[in-house]
Design a protein around this ligand. Structure first.
Ligand SMILES: [Zn+2]
Ligand SMILES: [Zn+2]
Length: 144
């Protein structure tokens, strides 16, 4: 499991490295468009196709993960490829990493009636982030 040479397909070119760095510095699960914008600030003239191709490559090679929040939403990119869950703000779209440990017994219970064999899970909890909740409370509060 310790190859002496890295296959060409896994090699980082300076452009790939810049895109990967931008993703690693992004805590907000950016879309491809967000990443393009940020990379262009760092590498002027880098093309959209390069950024999109590199993101696909990062996902394929297991260095980044895709995150889909819903049919209408653009695919987001996640720098963390380890199993984790997400808190999704329905108001501002903020996505926060969180761990929701599900009991394996619970998974078995869910799978039992359907004979489904779960191999993993990921949870998206929808609601309002602290900032939006505070803003709402302020607005709804009316007369202060
Ligand atoms: Zn929010
Ligand atoms: Zn995440």
């Amino acid at each position: 499991m310790t190859p002496t040479t890295t296959p060409t397909s896994l090699r980082f070119t300076p452009q790939r490295r810049a895109i990967y760095d931008v993703l690693c510095e992004s805590e907000d699960h950016p879309t491809a468009g967000d990443i393009l914008e940020r990379v262009q600030r760092r590498v002027p003239g880098i093309g959209a196709a390069t950024v999109y191709r590199t993101l696909a490559w990062l996902v394929q090679s297991g260095q980044a993960a895709e995150l889909r929040l819903g049919e209408a939403d653009a695919t987001r990119y996640d720098r963390s490829v380890h199993r984790h869950d997400h808190l999704v703000c329905v108001q501002c779209g903020q996505v926060e990493d969180v761990h929701v440990p599900l009991d394996h017994k619970l998974l078995d219970e869910l799978a039992g009636p359907t004979s489904f064999q779960p191999s993993g899970y990921d949870v998206q909890i929808h609601g309002r982030c602290a900032r939006c909740a505070a803003a709402n409370a302020h607005n709804v509060g009316g007369i202060a």
